[in-house]
Design a protein around this ligand. Sequence first.
Ligand SMILES: NC(=O)c1ccc[n+]([C@@H]2O[C@H](COP(=O)([O-])OP(=O)(O)OC[C@H]3O[C@@H](n4cnc5c(N)ncnc54)[C@H](OP(=O)(O)O)[C@@H]3O)[C@@H](O)[C@H]2O)c1
Length: 286
Amino acid sequence: MLMTGASRGIGWHAAVAMLAANPGLRMFVTDRTGGLAESLRDRSGNQQVYGVRTDLASLDSVRAAADHVMRRARVTSFVGNAGLQVTSGARCSADGYEVTFAVNVLANHLLLRLLGDQLRRAVITASDTHFGDFRHNLGLAPAPVWRPPAELARPDGPHTSVAGRTAYSTSKLAVIYLVHEWARRLDNTEVYSWNPGFVPGTGLTRDAGPIVRFTAARVLPLLTLTPLSVSPRTAGRHLAQVATGPAVAPSGSYVNLGQAERSSDASYDPQREGELFEAAQALTAT
Ligand SMILES: NC(=O)c1ccc[n+]([C@@H]2O[C@H](COP(=O)([O-])OP(=O)(O)OC[C@H]3O[C@@H](n4cnc5c(N)ncnc54)[C@H](OP(=O)(O)O)[C@@H]3O)[C@@H](O)[C@H]2O)c1
């Protein structure tokens, strides 16, 4: 398995759960800072974890990571869990793209493109912020604003919190489009988008101002005592099950925690799916 986003939050718990429950699993984890594989070995007891220095905001780095892994193993599963939300400052990736789109969409696309033929299962973390309604986002995230993909990739919008959070929910709608398109194209691979629900207490809001960070770290985790949200550990256990358990649904499905559900009406749009796929192919070409 190749997994992104295992260093903290939901992904950390998912990786530990998968490694502990599957002693035969060999896992490569992308790691921006180093030391992740060692930590996962210690925590899970599984020694077959290998770190790959990768910044997913750089397509060269993503290509190098895929190359590194494919020279060492046949990768049959991919978990694209890394994601970010930028609410302050400039949002430009190493390649000059809007960084939310680069990490949440293009890096996943490029890894699927490079690994595709080998894969038997791929799970990409989406978000129910893609619905854009109060029931799904509790008023905490703006609705997605879809635009032609080449525009979504441009980093020149306003550098406001609302623009950054809109880029986030839009990127998660894009993830669902991509999963639909990849599911059509990969005959032998189960491709899922996976929604963790609302999971306070992770690092996702770390770019926000001090009040939001305090609320996210100290107040919102209380919601895990209600049905409105789940803890990072519970979400991680679900992700582990979707990635390594029996197939939960037909390829292309949107899996909400552990169960396939219908994503938003707007997320079923073959024309946008095709356009996004073609744009992502062009934007990730060497
Ligand atoms: N928390 C929620 O309520 C919620 C709800 C719906 C969906 N999600 C999604 O769930 C996934 C996990 O998020 P989380 O809540 O667990 O947040 P988190 O604690 O911030 O974890 C995000 C992960 O993505 C990695 N990442 C971000 N940018 C990267 C980059 N440029 N290169 C390499 N790795 C990068 C982080 O690595 P570093 O440690 O190196 O930063 C970290 O491992 C994300 O896709 C997020 O959008 C979360």
